[in-house]
Design a binder for this molecule. Structure first.
Ligand code: AHG
Ligand code: MN
Ligand code: MN
Length: 342
């Protein structure tokens, strides 16, 4: 039989039925995010045309200056989620402090979910027409519903996430999400404007094929990470019989997505300089934890090099972390090299 045609909306509602206690708020929030993704995708598709069409007033009818895409995407997420009564507090990579969401309608309670997102991941790649993405995570708030959202609501370990996902704006637009147990991928059919289920039950395949890192930083890595890199690429005696091939886009979402579908490990280790504390780049809340939840639900694993990324309790919103994510055995190998050689 031909495969079923399932929209993301149908899929979300179907899963909701498995939870008789569900109120529908969570399903609607996921659907809001899918819509925000479609709006951002549309804008990205026109990214290179700004100078050509913008001057004719086609894009900027209101006379607004063209916005940078990460500011645009950030605003889309905020406009989409600040009035629905579903979200009580938001945090975004683009803003210094959290956003407490007060519903315009005073009879509406303040939402019960926490929405954390990186509106455009890999934004330096936009100028050269390379894939970028949006990463999001959803937590249940800790503070009582109806009271203002606080930092305590946002600083929860990844383990407590209700859902996480990303939208990748690649040769097609896809939304991939998990509510913790299974990972599903949907491809946007542009003429319908619908995300259709294209990748049900994603499992990260074995054996891993790719190692993904910015190897230009190898000189800054700790000895354990340098040896791990050599191990992956066939330069240690215990290296895999077939060494990993190398792929690095420089958009975490794109690198993660490829490795999720084809098998591989992405690593962005901390940089070490003499006499200084190690410096990491990727953000725990906006990038590492959500992708860690997806990896784990697909049978993989994410670590900061010493522990499961989902166990890390954040102490600040924009906290940075080293990240190793992909096939479980390969990430555990990174932990082993770091434990052994530092
Ligand atoms: P963002 O665009 O949200 O700031 O994230 C960029 C990140 C991530 O997407 C990518 O993996 C990494 O930066 C690339 O960094 P390098 O250029 O140092 O390799
Ligand atoms: Mn990012
Ligand atoms: Mn970003």
């Amino acid at each position: 039989m031909d495969p079923k045609i399932v929209t993301i909306e149908q899929h979300i509602l179907e899963r909701e039925r498995l939870h008789p206690e569900a109120t529908g708020t969570f399903s609607n929030l996921l659907y809001d995010i899918a819509l925000a993704g479609k709006i951002i995708a549309r804008e990205i598709r026109r990214a290179g045309l700004g100078n050509i069409l913008g001057e004719m007033g086609v894009i900027n009818v209101q006379g607004e200056k063209q916005m940078k895409l990460d500011v645009f995407a950030n605003e889309v997420f905020i406009r989409m989620n600040s009035y629905t009564g579903r979200v009580g507090v938001m945090a975004t990579e683009e803003m210094e402090t959290l956003m407490n969401i007060v519903p315009e309608n005073p009879t509406m309670a303040q939402g019960k979910y926490v929405l954390i997102f990186d509106p455009i991941d890999g934004s330096s790649n936009i100028a050269s027409n390379v894939s970028v993405g949006t990463i999001f995570s959803i937590y249940r708030r800790k503070t009582p519903i109806g009271s203002p959202g606080t930092l305590e609501d946002c600083l929860q370990p990844g383990r407590d996430m209700a859902a996480a996902g990303y939208i990748i704006y690649g040769s097609s637009t896809m939304m991939v999400y998990t509510a913790g147990r299974t990972v599903h991928g949907f491809t946007l059919e542009p003429s319908l404007g619908e995300f259709l289920l294209s990748h049900p039950n994603i499992r990260i395949p074995e054996p891993p094929r790719y190692g993904s890192t910015n190897a230009a930083y190898a000189r800054c890595w700790s000895p354990g990470v340098q040896r791990y890199h050599r191990y992956l690429h066939g330069m240690e005696t215990e290296s895999p019989a077939v060494p990993l091939s190398s792929r690095y886009v420089g958009s975490l979402v794109a690198d993660f997505h490829r490795n999720l579908l084809q098998g591989g490990v992405f690593y962005y280790p901390a940089h070490h300089a003499p006499g200084q504390p190690p410096q990491a780049k990727l953000r725990l809340l906006y990038e590492a934890a959500p992708l860690g939840l997806i990896a784990a639900a697909a049978g993989g694993y994410a670590s900061d090099g010493t522990r499961d990324i989902l166990d890390v309790v954040p102490t600040e919103l924009h906290q940075r972390t080293a990240l190793f994510v992909g096939n479980r055995a390969m990430v555990e190998k990174a932990e082993a090299y770091i434990a052994r050689y530092g």
